[in-house]
Ligand binder design. Structure first.
Ligand code: ADP
Ligand code: MG
Length: 296
């Protein structure tokens, strides 16, 4: 099997955590030294930019797909090793785009980055289906609610039809009291369970802060789970605490989030040199660069 580097992050239902997953998988991989591009391929409901404090006022993927700009023009550096390609948010712009150009844009990014993560729109429209076939593998995202899992079946089917491959299922916003086992939910879709991301108030707080969760509250339960997922999915050595102390997500912890983000993780075991590199990336992400850079 060839090495998978382009992932579509997809779901049947909206609001299940696709953008959160795209941003945090990407940031976790970049923190570990991989070169990453995250792309807002949710052309109708673009919102990735807000998660990382980018202002989508300048050139976006919409301009690229309308044939008015190159993909480089719509590529913005977020931190060391990570760039984002935002989409425009106006309905007028949306009407002018042609998703066909996405293929070319993805191939360009594929040649320049170790990993390309496509944040795909929910549902079954053309621009949702296209990325499923362009990606090397599709990461299905769902909450554990039966209805959301059920809707994910359609995404599995659409992936098959578009010649794509499903990597597996990520369950988000899981709670300890859930009554159906996570494995069983994945079994219903006949796909592997890639990982689970617990319900964590820091997820929402991090969006308001415009900072990826894995930077905003790196020791919180969801951030730790995203780093574990990044490691399991790609094989990149992303440091994950191995003890049974996944951190806390209480209000006191969020107050300290900025300080925590710029402090080396005491548990980060042997990889200290690499950890220093990651600190720089954390600081860069936190400073929320809004300025355009034409090349990473
Ligand atoms: P999608 O891209 O699928 O529409 P989002 O990533 O925008 O979904 O997430 C939808 C909402 O759920 C957001 O408000 C986000 O902050 C929240 N959310 C995502 N993951 C979690 C989590 N693990 N715990 C709590 N809230 C979450
Ligand atoms: Mg989204």
């Amino acid at each position: 099997m060839s090495h998978e580097t382009v992932y579509a992050i997809a779901s049947g239902k909206g609001g299940v955590g696709k953008t959160t997953t795209t941003v945090n998988l990407g940031t976790a991989l970049a923190d570990a030294g991989a070169r990453v591009a995250i792309v807002d391929a949710d052309l109708g409901m673009a919102n990735l930019a807000g998660f990382v404090s980018l202002s989508p006022d300048s050139t976006t993927l919409h301009d690229v797909l309308a044939g008015d700009a190159s993909i480089e023009d719509a590529t913005y550096r977020l931190a060391d090793d990570i760039v984002a390609v935002p989409s425009g948010t106006s309905l007028d712009e949306y009407a002018e785009t042609s998703p066909e150009g996405l293929r070319e844009a993805v191939e360009d990014l594929r040649s320049r980055f170790d990993y390309v993560l496509l944040d795909v729109g929910a549902g079954i429209s053309h621009e949702t289906v296209l990325p499923l076939g362009l990606a090397d593998a599709v990461v299905l995202v769902s909450t554990p609610e039966p209805a959301a899992v059920h809707d994910t079946k359609k995404t599995v089917e659409l992936t098959d039809r578009s010649g794509g491959e499903v990597a597996g299922l990520v369950l988000t916003r899981t709670r300890p009291d859930g009554d159906v086992s996570h494995e069983e939910l994945a079994d219903r879709l006949e796909v592997p369970l890639l990982g689970t991301i617990p319900e964590d108030p820091a997820a929402r707080d991090s969006v308001y802060a415009g900072t990826p969760l894995v930077v905003y509250e790196p020791d919180g339960p969801a951030a730790v789970a995203y780093r574990r997922l990044a490691a399991d999915l790609t094989g990149v050595e992303v440091p994950v605490p191995t003890d049974d102390e996944p951190g806390t997500a209480d209000a006191a912890a969020t107050d300290d989030a900025t300080a925590a983000a710029s402090e080396p993780d005491a548990d980060a075991d042997a990889a200290t040199d690499e950890a220093d590199g990651r600190e720089a990336a954390h600081d860069d992400v936190s400073s929320a660069i809004t300025e355009a850079e034409s090349d990473p």
